[in-house]
Design a binder for this molecule. Structure first.
Ligand code: ADP
Ligand code: MG
Length: 615
């Protein structure tokens, strides 16, 4: 029998290699972004058409290539990043296997323009299925532009295997995140089908995360910073209360390379342990800076699996680092009467007219005359005060029955109404308020003090207002003079599509406008239109959170999420009239004692309790 073994032609070998390296358009995006990073670019543009099926183009301002290098770069095992096998153990670049460009060229139409910064002319190469169609000198600014057209044109099986454009575009977005998140000092833009999806300026890690995932992330992140003799950890973890129901933002990087590691993931999960509701996932963005000798990147063609020399130690360190950060930064601010700081009133705002306190003297007061003291009666309430007292009385009675029919608040959170407090409030209303720490409104009643949580109070007011609007379909939309186009994260987009009709009842006029992109034509009439994206994102985030913790239907959840999002926050300075208005509106609510998510809105401290403290 004659010999039957022969060497495969390069083009075929490359196609086979491509099967491993380039599985879908997103893999090409990953490889090309990594090449731009390795070339030292500080500005990288990604342009995609039809989820990468028609075009993927990356333009970078990196080193560029010489004519010969440009031609060589498409050969298999052609790399400028390692010279010998030993170099495999000190890799700091993203690429080193020299197969990405060869693989891509084997299965697509490729056009490359590149120029070294100090060269006169650049090079323009056109390839089709590994074959060089032309190479010419060209005018080009320094750096590289590479276009991949008709991916898998000669591998129909692969092409048919591709998912819908929406899914493939999501894969691309995910690869984009994996690169941009850990390279905050590099500017990126991303256009899909002619639309600008991201424009990320040079920034720091936190700012980059916020720019990618939305402003609401600014308050959710807890920093991680720890140096050990083996590795340096840095990055952020999401506060436990913002954990997601779907495995979402979980990013490990080693020396700025994204990787997956179920075992180390478990270490983070374990650190969060009891802090998370069941079936929810913490967010994390953690980079390990480690001597390349300690890791093996070369165990998988796509280099997303990394082997650490000592995985057990890494596990223990990571778990402890995450635990420490949670412990250090997650202490909920609480008002503590033993601490002097609770008396640190924030300075009043500029232009705030300071009124001198006045002292009301009871001329009939005699500390030794018990009888006389009791007979002192406060000045007669004005008409307005009288009206408010009636409100309170009405409320006190209504609350008792309404609380029972208020089904979706978890049973354990139902507050027992403080009978004594009710009695006090209904008797004495006093319009002297002050704001404590720009967070609580303090007012006095006959038998002591009432402290109202401004955020919870406002949340209750808005919630009841939104429920009313939804139920009576009387939401008024204020049409935008300049409709805004807003891009949301893929998961938020899905949710938004699902909630569109309910949101319309509140007055939102939002329409889908391409991939993860929406156009906002109108917003609820009484809503400020300054930061619509922020408002909608925050609302969606609350909605997702509620799905986990409360059993509420869509409409209630929407009202609840909007209320939570739009309620005044701690830190907001309130004028006297605003405090009064807030309290008046609170009293007009069906359930003025409990926020829609089940928190207490007000507490009372009786004179007896106060006296106790002075013993
Ligand atoms: P690897 O990145 O593993 O070296 P690639 O096939 O991705 O292999 O790239 C081959 C070579 O082409 C790289 O080593 C690099 O020298 C050069 N190269 C690729 N892309 C660029 C770019 N955007 N700018 C400069 N050089 C590049
Ligand atoms: Mg590469």
């Amino acid at each position: 029998m004659s010999d039957i073994i022969h060497l495969l032609p390069d083009a075929v070998a490359n196609q086979i290699a491509a099967g491993e390296v380039i599985q879908r358009p997103a893999s090409a995006v990953k490889e090309l972004l990594e090449n731009a990073l390795d070339a030292g670019a500080t500005h990288i543009e990604l342009i995609v058409k039809d989820a990468g099926k028609t075009l993927i183009q990356i333009i970078d301002n990196g080193s560029g290539m010489s004519d010969t290098d440009a031609r060589l770069s498409f050969e298999r095992h052609a790399t400028s990043k390692i010279n010998n096998a030993n170099d495999l153990f000190c890799i700091r670049t993203m690429g080193f296997r020299g197969e990405a460009l060869a693989s891509i060229a084997a299965i697509a139409h490729v056009e490359l323009k590149t120029k070294l910064h100090d060269a006169g002319l650049g090079t323009h190469i056109i390839l089709e299925g590994s074959e060089v169609k032309s190479q010419q000198a060209c005018q080009y600014s320094g750096g590289t532009s590479i276009s991949i057209k008709n991916l898998f044109f000669n591998v129909p099986a692969r092409r048919n295997f591709l998912k819908s454009d929406v899914q493939e575009a999501n894969h691309i977005l995910e690869e984009f995140y994996r690169v941009v998140l850990i390279h905050p000092t590099i500017a990126f833009t991303y256009h899909h089908n002619g639309k600008l999806i991201y424009q990320l300026e040079k920034s720091n890690l936190k700012q980059r995360i916020v720019n990618v995932f939305g402003k609401s992330y600014a308050e959710r992140l807890i920093p991680i910073e720890q140096e050990t003799n083996i590795a340096k950890f840095n990055g952020f973890i999401g506060k436990p209360e913002f954990a997601r129901k779907t495995r979402g933002e979980q990013y490990f990087f080693v020396n700025k390379r994204f990787f997956k590691h179920p075992y180390l993931h478990h270490a983070v999960d374990n650190a969060f342990q009891e802090l998370l509701p069941e079936k929810s996932f913490p967010s994390y963005f953690i980079n390990f800076d480690i001597d390349p000798k300690e890791i093996d990147i070369n165990i998988h063609p796509t280099k997303t699996e990394i082997k650490f020399q000592d995985e057990k130690t890494m596990y223990a360190m990571l778990r402890s680092v995450v635990k420490q950060s949670i412990g250090k930064f997650n202490i909920a601010p609480s008002i503590d009467f033993d601490l002097e700081q609770s008396l640190n009133l924030m300075p009043p705002p500029v232009n705030y007219e300071i009124k001198h306190p006045s002292v009301k003297i009871n001329p009939g007061f005699n500390p030794f005359d018990d009888k006389n003291q009791r007979s002192y009666s406060p000045p007669k309430p004005t008409e307005r005060e009288q009206h408010n007292i009636q409100n309170w009385e009405k409320l006190v009675n209504e609350t008792k029955t309404a609380a029972v029919s208020f089904k979706y608040i978890p049973q354990e959170k139902q507050q027992n109404l403080d009978e004594e407090l009710n009695a006090n409030i209904s008797k004495t209303i006093n319009y002297s308020f002050f704001q404590l720490q720009n967070r609580f409104i303090v007012t006095t009643v006959k038998s002591g003090l009432i402290i109202i949580d401004q955020q919870s109070a406002h949340e209750r007011i808005l919630y009841e207002q939104f429920i009313e609007t939804i139920e009576h379909h009387n939401g008024v939309s204020q049409q935008q003079l300049f409709p805004q186009t807003i891009v949301f994260s893929p998961s938020d987009s899905e949710l938004l599509k699902d909630l569109k009709n309910e949101m319309a009842l509140l007055g939102f006029d939002v329409n889908e406008f391409g991939l993860n992109t929406f156009i906002v034509n109108g917003i609820p009439a009484n809503m400020a239109d300054e930061n619509i994206k922020h408002i909608i994102e925050g609302m969606l985030e609350n909605f997702k959170k509620n799905l986990m913790s409360l059993k509420v239907d869509k409409k209630n959840n929407l009202a609840l999420s909007m209320a939570r999002n739009m309620a005044i926050k701690p830190g907001k300075v309130l004028m006297l009239e605003e405090m009064q208005n807030l309290i008046d509106r609170l009293f007009a609510c069906k359930l003025p004692y409990q926020s829609p998510s089940g928190k207490k809105i007000l507490i009372s401290i009786s004179l007896d309790e106060l006296s106790e403290k002075f013993k």
